[in-house]
Design a protein around this ligand. Structure first.
Ligand SMILES: CSC[C@H]1O[C@@H](n2cnc3c(O)ncnc32)[C@H](O)[C@@H]1O
Ligand SMILES: [Zn+2]
Length: 432
């Protein structure tokens, strides 16, 4: 299959930040094989053409911290702090989840992400076989971890489930799935239990996905219990010797930042979730200035309450300027990097996705630029970070397959998905 995207503006997000005006992209099977003039392309051999007039192509966005199943709980538990939100509302509701809930909620979350330009996500939740079933249908790319909370001495089965998931699915669906291990947090997993997870993950050469230093309370508790910060606690345990995606990293000090840098930990900033739960502000600019490749995420739809990465890009850039009292803090380009190439680094996929380059996987989004709020386009990065909405995304391609074209879903029956989520959510929250 050979696809030609014709006459399109291209933001590559490559190292040189190359930008092409009214140019072309050729995709052969799942790979980008040409960017630029089409003089030497044999147009007869093109199977499918996409007209890129008044449109802009850029790398698909990478949402590095999600809990897809939580879209069942969208607008269900709001205006609370994290500890109460989790213990009083979310965990009791999650205890009643069944496999079918996760299947439909995951498809709904994938629809929302596709519609707003995300092509890859990094998920930690339950019933991950259902997420994989939904991923197979949607055509997206993902790194998935079975979320592991240590409840009692029987909790070891959760690590075994994560191992099974790895053995069955890592690298499956044409390489669109990677399996990670998902210890929830240092406050829900003891050091001994974390060591067991690390042992399993390192035997399989798998990465970790964990929540770290999200609230002031978490850090204070860590000092009370271990006499060190959550970051230092993980460092001393050796957790960072494995490739680690660390969601949040809000309440971190200079010492923590040094350790994150030394161990090449991948922090994920989740601005909307952190602000809505009043968790605080992560020192994103400080980390970026240290050369740490901070990635970006939405967290779940129960705390965000959307899965729209354009909202997070704008939020990350604008809020950090206000907090740092510095308009240069987290520039438009830096925020876009967080949502693309830094995300690819966080998932160990920097050679495959995160920028539009010849030889990389064809994960491409195309925005309709013919809109009043995108005119005039004096600076393309400012336009994308400060003016664009997720709803400007017109066409989405993952692994060379078209998942949405001219706003029409190609792989998901969205009406059925919305109906099934409403039915399941109502049953879960009212009857079970
Ligand atoms: C064990 S699966 C994931 C687990 O994480 C919970 N969760 C969702 N958002 C957050 C957050 O911001 N901090 C900590 N934990 C969170 C979710 O409800 C699942 O139980
Ligand atoms: Zn989370």
């Amino acid at each position: 299959m050979k696809i030609l995207i014709k006459n399109v503006d291209i933001v590559t997000m490559n190292e040189q930040n190359q930008f092409y005006e009214r140019s072309n992209i050729v995709i052969e099977d799942n790979i980008i094989t040409h960017i630029g003039d089409i003089g030497d392309i044999n147009k007869n051999k093109v199977d499918y053409e996409i007209d890129g007039s008044n449109k802009l192509a850029m790398p698909g966005l990478i949402n590095c911290h999600t809990h897809l199943g939580m879209s069942l709980f969208r607008n269900y538990a709001d205006d609370m702090i994290l500890s109460e939100w989790l213990t009083k509302k979310i965990w009791p509701a999650e205890a009643k989840l069944i496999a079918e809930d996760i299947y439909w909620a995951s498809l709904l979350s994938m629809s929302e992400m596709i519609a707003s330009g995300t092509t890859t996500f990094c998920d930690m939740y339950f019933f991950m076989d259902q997420v994989i079933k939904a991923l197979d249908i949607s055509g997206m790319r993902a790194s998935l971890a079975r979320g592991i909370v240590e409840e009692d001495s029987n909790s070891i089965y959760k690590i075994e489930e994560n191992e099974k998931l790895f053995n069955e699915y890592n690298d499956s669906l044409n390489g669109r799935i990677k399996i990670m291990f998902g210890p929830h947090a240092p406050y829900t997993c003891s050091p001994e239990f974390l060591l067991k997870i690390m042992d399993s993950a390192s035997k399989l050469n798998a990465s970790l996905h964990i929540h770290l230093s999200e609230t002031r309370n978490e850090v204070e508790e860590s000092f009370r219990k271990y006499n060190k910060s959550p970051i230092k606690h993980m460092y001393d345990l050796g957790l960072f010797d494995l490739h680690t995606v660390a969601a949040h990293c809000v309440h971190i000090d200079e010492e923590d930042i040094k350790l994150i840098k030394e161990k090449n930990v991948h922090p994920v900033n989740n601005p909307s979730s952190n602000f809505k739960l009043a968790s605080g502000f992560s020192p994103v600019n400080r980390m970026l200035k240290e050369g740490i490749k901070v990635a970006l995420g939405t967290d779940g739809a129960a705390s965000n309450n959307n899965l729209n990465m354009f909202k997070e890009i704008s939020m990350a850039s604008i809020v950090n300027k206000a907090v740092d009292n510095d308009p240069m803090s987290v520039t438009a380009l830096e925020a876009l990097n967080m949502a693309t190439i830094n995300g690819a680094y966080a998932l160990g996929l920097e050679k495959e996705i995160g920028s539009l380059e010849i030889g990389k996987k064809a994960d491409i989004i195309i925005l309709d630029m013919d809109k009043p709020h995108l005119c005039p386009r004096n600076n393309v990065y400012s336009t994308l970070a400060y003016s664009a909405y997720g709803s400007d995304v017109d066409t989405v391609i993952v692994d060379g397959n078209i998942l949405m074209e001219r706003k029409e879903f190609k792989t998901i029956d969205i009406e059925k998905v919305k109906y099934m989520v409403k039915v399941n959510s109502m049953d879960l929250l009212n009857n079970r």
